[in-house]
Write a protein that binds this ligand. Structure first.
Ligand code: ATP
Ligand code: MG
Length: 324
């Protein structure tokens, strides 16, 4: 019998709270999911649903006043939440890396692209024995993302937004990571550049075999590039399914509503229909299912009893009393 394949990332019952004078706000509530080797897992949901907070908790880069208040995060067998700063340094960028929405914020404006790529490599002893070998490796990394080597001498402000995102991807891939977290990596770009960059990420993933967590509002894009999709609502994971199954037959009424707001997911010319109402305040979420005040399929139980994420057929799951 073959050994069961371990997921590269395993998140269990993760809770994150933002602490303030008015009391804690639980932005991520008992979230559990795995990412398999070579898998692209999408995380989607309305603004404020906790997507970035989950990603930042996994990467251990949560800004104060956010605090991880519970759960486990295992990455390649290591308990990430138990690591100190030294332990984290050994993992971050080398095995677990990230690309943010705006690479301008992530890049240092006073260093050239070559200096920044070089610093990343050197900081982890991966630059090679000489300045020439370091430059060669930097040029190779730029080539991977489709940028000419003469750009090594450019400063970030001399590049277009799309090129800066490509540099961000080159830095994220510089040390051959096992998992790359992309938080809205192309939101600031026009659709053509966005399409090209996502294609590039997929091509590199096929070549190097890393896993990806891809966060976006855009379900159309999500369906194009993800193997599985996790739908977040108000800090909770409400549905998780292979992308094709989610698209063909969403089970959670919230997912059904989200897909109706993105008719192009089906390539159909349906009328756009947004979900009535807006997400609840995390300070005082409704009892029972947090989606029940907006749900067209609500039953009495939904108002009082919180639905747990429950396995359905086909490797999918949903947190809903009416989903079958
Ligand atoms: P978006 O799609 O807009 O990027 P998101 O799904 O990434 O949204 P998060 O940024 O993770 O959402 O935020 C989740 C929730 O955490 C927000 O609804 C907000 O209530 C809370 N939150 C985020 N940042 C802070 C903060 N600095 N202080 C207090 N609460 C915060
Ligand atoms: Mg976000």
């Amino acid at each position: 019998m073959s050994e069961p394949v371990q997921p590269v990332l395993s998140v269990r019952d993760l809770c994150v709270e933002y602490i303030s004078d008015r009391g804690p706000v639980r932005a991520v509530d008992r979230v559990s999911f795995d990412v398999a080797r070579g898998e692209v897992l999408g995380i989607a949901g309305e603004s404020g649903s906790g997507k970035s907070t989950v990603a930042q908790a996994v990467l251990r880069i949560l800004p104060p006043p956010a605090v991880i208040t519970g759960g486990q995060v295992r990455f390649e067998g290591t308990d990430l939440l138990g690591l100190d700063e030294d332990g984290l340094r050994a993992v971050r960028w080398k095995r677990l890396s990230m690309v943010f929405q705006s690479a301008m914020d992530a890049l240092n404006p006073v260093l050239t692209i070559g200096e920044q790529l070089g610093d990343t490599l050197r900081a982890h002893g991966a630059g090679g024995p000489s300045a020439a070998s370091l430059r060669e490796r930097c040029a190779e990394l730029l080539a991977l993302v489709g940028i000419q080597p003469d750009r090594l001498e450019s400063f970030p402000h001399q590049l277009s937004g799309g090129m800066r995102q490509r540099v961000g991807i080159a830095i994220a891939l510089a040390l051959d990571p096992a998992l790359v977290v992309l938080d809205e990596p192309t939101t600031a770009l026009d659709v053509i550049v966005e399409g090209e960059i996502l294609e590039k990420i997929l091509e590199l993933k096929r070549r190097f075999g890393f896993s990806v967590i891809f966060i976006t509002h855009d379900l159309t894009r999500m369906m194009q590039i993800c193997d599985r999709v996790a739908i977040f609502y108000s800090g909770r994971l409400v549905e998780l399914a292979p992308a094709a199954a989610l698209r063909a037959s969403p089970r959670h009424p919230y997912t059904q509503g989200l897909l109706k707001a993105f008719p192009s997911v089906h390539g159909l010319d349906e009328e756009l229909a947004s979900i009535p109402g807006s997400p609840p305040s995390l300070r005082s979420p409704p009892p029972g299912c947090r989606f029940h005040p907006r749900c067209g399929q609500v039953i009495d139980r939904c108002r009082t009893e919180e639905p747990r994420l429950t396995a359905l057929e086909g490797g999918r799951s949903a947190a809903c009393h009416v989903a079958r």
